[in-house]
Ligand binder design. Structure first.
Ligand code: ATP
Length: 222
């Protein structure tokens, strides 16, 4: 969790009747390379507090944790590396290899991330009661974490553009990005749950212009 570096606009919703005493928790989700991190950073620069579910995911099964024991019991001792931690590469090979099941892993890890996110949100709101908190989570909807947030913001991007951006960023070929897009829920499925839809198919300057409008709306709703 990060505190804002520069606060260009008030990030607190003091006296906001809409969200009461509890601030506002935005769930930010979207497909691969749709711009979630870019939007989260921009919201952070406006003073929001960002919680990155991806980062929590990396901590979810550290050595000795509940999820660590469950993952090892499910996938075998041979996924534990020399340092005693789960070796992600070995785990990935089991999960994505023949006969592997990603669901077996997410059934263990998603509840752990959920609890860590709930705790991080609570800590933030205890410290800053009327904060705007952004839970950035690619799998927010698939994992059923909607109940953690007050409203959902979705970043969308045309699949062709997503392929271009993800390939450039990750140095992977178009087919593997397409396979990941196919494995995810669609823009339409995410958008159906969204209070705010931010299309990021064009230039970053257009993304930022949309964001400014949504941020202003947020302030005006209070
Ligand atoms: P993922 O979930 O796949 O990690 P993401 O949804 O968080 O991705 P970002 O990392 O914000 O997406 O953006 C994906 C890539 O596209 C990054 O390299 C980012 O710099 C770039 N990018 C984001 N928005 C734009 C834009 N409007 N124009 C050009 N490049 C962009």
């Amino acid at each position: 969790m990060h505190k804002s570096h520069s606060v260009a606009h008030p990030a607190k919703l003091d006296g906001c009747p809409l969200f009461g005493e509890m601030g506002l928790i935005i769930g930010l989700t979207g497909g691969i390379a749709s711009g979630k991190s870019t939007v989260a950073r921009a919201l952070e620069n406006r003073g929001a507090f960002v919680i990155d579910a991806d980062k929590l995911g990396h901590q979810a099964y550290v050595k000795g944790s509940d999820a660590f024991h469950k993952v090892v019991a499910q996938f075998g001792e041979d996924i534990v590396g020399d340092d005693g931690e789960v070796d992600r590469r070995a785990l990935g090979a089991k999960v994505f290899g023949e006969g592997g099941s990603l669901k077996q892993l997410t059934d263990i890890v998603w509840p752990a991330i959920h609890d860590m996110a709930a705790q991080a949100i609570q800590h933030t709101l205890t410290a800053v009661p009327n904060a705007v908190v952004v839970l950035e989570a690619a799998v927010l909807i698939e994992a059923g974490w909607q109940e953690l947030v007050d409203e959902i913001w979705v970043t969308t991007v045309d699949p062709d553009v997503a392929i271009e951006r993800a390939s450039a960023r990750d140095g992977v070929d178009a087919a593997s990005v397409q396979a990941r897009i196919d494995a995810q829920i669609s823009n339409a499925e995410r958008s159906a749950e969204a209070a705010v839809i931010i299309d990021n198919s064009a230039e970053e300057i257009q993304l930022m212009a949309q964001l400014e409008i949504h941020w202003q709306n947020l302030q005006e709703r209070c």
